[in-house]
Ligand binder design. Sequence first.
Ligand code: ZN
Length: 338
Amino acid sequence: MSEEAMPDWLRQARALIGKRYGRVRAWDPVNQPMARQWSELMGVQNPVYSQPDLAQARFGRPVVPPAMLQVWCMEGPVLNHYAPGSTDENPYEVLKMMEAQGYGSVVAVNSELTFDRYLSPGEQVYYVTDLQDIGPEKTTALGVGFFVTLIMTYSVETVVGAPDESRDERVGQLLFRVFKFKPASPPPKASDASGAGVQLPKVPAPGISDDTRFFWDGAAQGRLLVQRCKQCNTLRHPPGPACPECHSLEWDSLQASGRGTLYSYVVMHYPEVPPFAYPNPIGLIELEEGTRLIAGLKGFDPQKHPIGTPVQVQFETVETTQGPMVFPYFSPTSAAGA
Ligand code: ZN
């Protein structure tokens, strides 16, 4: 879009690039109880966070998990309820401007944390937000919109409650990028397309490497193959070059029975990205051989088929961007729905 063609609202939004939004303070200083509960929930078992003597020996001070950086300044369950001393500016004001222009939908596309150092109990954290960039208008499968990049810079107050920013210490950053867009009109349904001459996009072909080729070659022959370590016989999926147990690079494959159980699943409803049919259920299948794999589900009804439902592989030829390929899918076995 040329400078002249740029609408006023976008010119005003772009004028905000580089703006810094004031601080959001943490409700509580960094503390062990929150660190312990967060670690339990996230499955973090590193003893350096639970045994103060280990942290003392390594860092000379107790430390908390760096990935908690965002947690300390969160608002809690009440929307926009920030700790005293926090700004009341809205760092997302450009998103509001875009909404007013009909770019009503949003997806987060990047979230990148950078850590400068470990935090310790007692430290008072705050962050400021910089509007770093608004990209040019882009058309994607989701719709037309803008990539907006915000940078949250986290610091520790040198003097708690009497902040002197020049002496405060930066401890990390969060790059947060969203796509703010006008949703594309729903793609034509496969059923509408038949005979109507509508050309649907093809399913993206999977990336195939030397480590994964056997799997797709097997599927093409109607065989579900699982990688097996030649050294210790451990099965693994997804395929990779080395055994996670013994690090051996020697492997062959085992033909699985194709029987398993539904370990978990998601059902994709929105956004409807062509050419997939929606709702689109995706299963995490526990094979009876012991490995798990992710595959599309066919004939699946979440009301009738709970977690643990027996499933069976079936193979289907799919028109992909690289030509026809055979994909494994899983269906509840006939006993399951009864
Ligand atoms: Zn092994």
